[in-house]
Design a protein around this ligand. Structure first.
Ligand SMILES: Nc1ncnc2c1ncn2[C@@H]1O[C@H](COP(=O)(O)OP(=O)(O)OP(=O)(O)O)[C@@H](O)[C@H]1O
Ligand SMILES: [Mg+2]
Length: 248
């Protein structure tokens, strides 16, 4: 398949966003760059973009099937997803089911403590200010979103958490936490954008509690790409694997 790829609109730390022949669609390329610690730790990891695109596409499709509005239009080939072009809202919307990561450094939670209901945390997506944690009043004062937007974002995020958690648990994966980003489509609707991958989620093997996400890279451990491949292998159907000739 020929990719409908026009000019580069934006180059982020892990993805490139290209214009397409359609004014309201973009082609997102998942690169092999992997970063941590505010971009200070950086490496290139062969096949990471390939696995992340497959994992993201599958999880977006599951959300679409559950009636959630996402950017996802298709996977023209591994490495690329075709998406609705969104005007991104600079919020990192984090959902936590199990205490892990920065939460343990900042607050006196117990490692592995579960949250029912889950915690939703919003950080300011802004490298210059190092993504500080926000509250509703700061979000409103910065005019990042309205009260109504926040209500939609919160409700949609809880639904996304439930749908993905159910799907992953059925396949033997725990879903301690994840980060998503929303944007506005051409009609002003709030739509799920960006990616859902081991770069932006924690995935743990529910039997062994093995880490299967970017935490391995943050900790300087080996087996990062093997973990991403394992997640892809677990969540993709036989049909998906056949379609892309995946030989896991
Ligand atoms: N559907 C979309 N339409 C337009 N932009 C999008 C869409 N989905 C994601 N983006 C934006 O594409 C950019 C590239 O992604 P990437 O994850 O590489 O960037 P980042 O390093 O996280 O962010 P940034 O460089 O903006 O700080 C991000 O700014 C993201 O918000
Ligand atoms: Mg990003």
């Amino acid at each position: 398949m020929n990719l409908d790829k026009r000019n580069l609109l934006y180059r982020g730390k892990a993805k490139d966003v290209y214009a397409t022949s359609h004014p309201h669609q973009v082609l997102v390329k998942f690169r092999d760059d992997i970063t941590a610690g505010d971009g200070k730790k950086k490496e290139i990891m062969g096949l990471k973009g390939y696995y992340n695109s497959l994992i993201s596409a599958k999880l977006f499709q599951i959300l679409e099937d559950a009636g959630i509005k996402t950017q996802y239009l298709g996977l023209p080939e591994p490495g690329y997803i075709l998406s609705l072009k969104l005007d991104m809202i600079p919020l990192e919307v984090i959902t936590r089911n199990i205490a892990a990561g920065s939460l343990l450094r900042r607050f006196p939670f117990q490692e592995g403590q579960t949250f029912k209901p889950p915690i939703i945390q919003m950080d300011f997506k802004n490298d210059e200010y190092h993504d500080p944690m926000l509250n509703d009043d700061i979000i409103l004062a910065l005019e990042l979103a309205t009260r109504e937007d926040l209500e939609i974002i919160r409700e949609t995020t809880l639904k996304i958490n439930q749908v993905l958690k159910d799907f992953l648990e059925e396949r033997g994966l725990l879903f301690p936490d994840f980060k998503i980003e929303y944007g506005r489509d051409q009609d002003g609707n709030i739509v799920l954008g960006d990616e859902i991958s081991p770069d932006t989620c924690r995935f743990w093997d529910s039997e062994t509690c093995d880490i299967l996400d970017k935490d391995l890279f943050r900790k300087g451990e080996s087996g990062v790409i093997e973990a991403y491949q394992k997640v892809a292998n677990i969540i993709l159907d036989e049909k998906d694997k056949k379609k892309w000739n995946l030989d896991f």
